[in-house]
Design a binder for this molecule. Structure first.
Ligand SMILES: [Zn+2]
Length: 183
């Protein structure tokens, strides 16, 4: 008799996958099976220079789907920084070099981030992207995943927009984020 495969539920993104015995990230809270899928997707991106911009979206999206409970400053800062990066990239994509500069600028203010209560659920997970890893739909699927995840965080959009206006106004993708900020 064949036993049904044991399932594992990811505490971050909520994806249900076949149980897998493996490592997880130091502070992004995921099931080992979910982290393994993420690692597989990354492997395709590392081996294809054309997927560099996609790679950044993958990392940001995965990070904000595995935010933890805000138990450490590291978690809180990671989620804040990745949400800012997701926001900026989706609204007005920058070349990789500029995106890096932006992140370094943002990181100088990371101690100001507060804990943001994560969404109850995510509408798309790495489990929906992994089947397309390495094929022609890879970049499109990641972009869809990133956009939907950003939407899932909608209740904190105003916080992230306000944070950008306050600390990184030069990168604000939309100057109308805050009508009170006139420069
Ligand atoms: Zn997950």
């Amino acid at each position: 008799m064949i036993r049904p495969a044991a399932k594992s539920h990811c505490p971050g993104c909520g994806v249900d996958l076949e149980s897998f015995d493996g490592p997880t990230h130091a502070y992004m809270t995921s099931s080992p099976a979910c982290f393994e899928l993420f690692t597989n997707v990354l492997a395709f991106e590392y081996s294809d220079a054309a997927l560099l911009a996609t790679h950044r979206l993958t990392v940001d999206t995965y990070a904000v789907q595995h935010p933890g409970t805000g138990g450490s400053r590291r978690q809180i800062q990671s989620v804040g920084l990745h949400l800012v990066r997701l926001c900026v990239q989706l609204a007005s994509p920058l070349p990789p070099k500029e995106t890096n500069d932006v992140m370094l600028g943002c990181a100088r203010h990371k101690q100001t981030f507060v804990f943001l209560e994560p969404p109850d659920r995510f509408s798309m997970t790495v489990g929906d992207v992994a089947p397309y890893a390495g094929d022609t739909k890879h970049a499109g699927k990641v972009r869809e995943w990133a956009a939907r995840t950003w939407n899932d965080w909608a209740k904190h959009h105003s916080y992230i927009h306000g944070w950008i206006e306050k600390y990184m106004p030069e990168i604000s993708p939309d100057k109308s984020f805050s009508s009170s900020t006139k420069r």
